[in-house]
Design a protein around this ligand. Structure first.
Ligand code: FES
Length: 169
């Protein structure tokens, strides 16, 4: 009885070993394929490459809307997507680029379009208001400041990257 048990146990050992080695080899072959398949999805959330938007000399202390396009890769589909930014110079000369997407429900905000608030961004959808620096005005629907574009200025040219929550850009 003990000899029979011993033989079965040896067979089981071989089965486990072969299954283990086979599984290991299969994983070695499949992992690169899985990685290749999901790589575009992983890259979709990556930071946006900086793109040229305007000349620094065009900017004043009054926010102005600039439209531009970015290359966007969603999984396996690559496209050019339109973007906009409200760009201006602060009193100390810094370039500030704000996203026009309202933080309430995503409508587009405009600068000084509400007669009662001439120096604020206004969202017409639910009367949302933002200060010039993008901060949301308390007691209006938006609960967060406008997103801020990452930017760089090189040779007098303004480039924008990803729009991020204020303080993270
Ligand atoms: S979407 Fe802008 S206030 Fe509601």
């Amino acid at each position: 009885m003990s000899e029979k048990n011993h033989r079965v146990s040896r067979r089981q050992f071989l089965n486990y070993t072969l299954t283990g080695v086979g599984g290991f080899m299969a994983a070695g072959m499949l992992m690169p394929m899985v990685r290749f398949a999901i790589d575009p999805v992983l890259k979709a959330g990556a930071d946006q490459e900086m793109v040229y938007v305007c000349e620094e000399s065009e900017l004043t202390t009054e926010p102005e809307r600039f439209d531009f396009k970015i290359d966007q890769v969603d999984a396996w589909y690559e496209s050019e997507e339109p973007r906009s930014a409200w760009i201006f110079k602060s009193e100390n000369g810094d370039v500030i680029a704000l996203s026009p997407v309202c933080k309430h429900l995503g409508c587009t905000v405009n600068w000084a379009s509400d007669e009662a608030n001439p120096n604020r961004f206004f969202c017409p959808c639910h009367y949302g208001l933002y200060e010039k620096n993008g901060d949301n005005v308390p007691n209006t629907p938006p609960l967060a400041p406008l997103d801020v574009y990452e930017h760089k200025v090189e040779d007098g040219k303004v480039y924008l990257g990803s729009a991020k929550p204020k303080g993270e850009a």
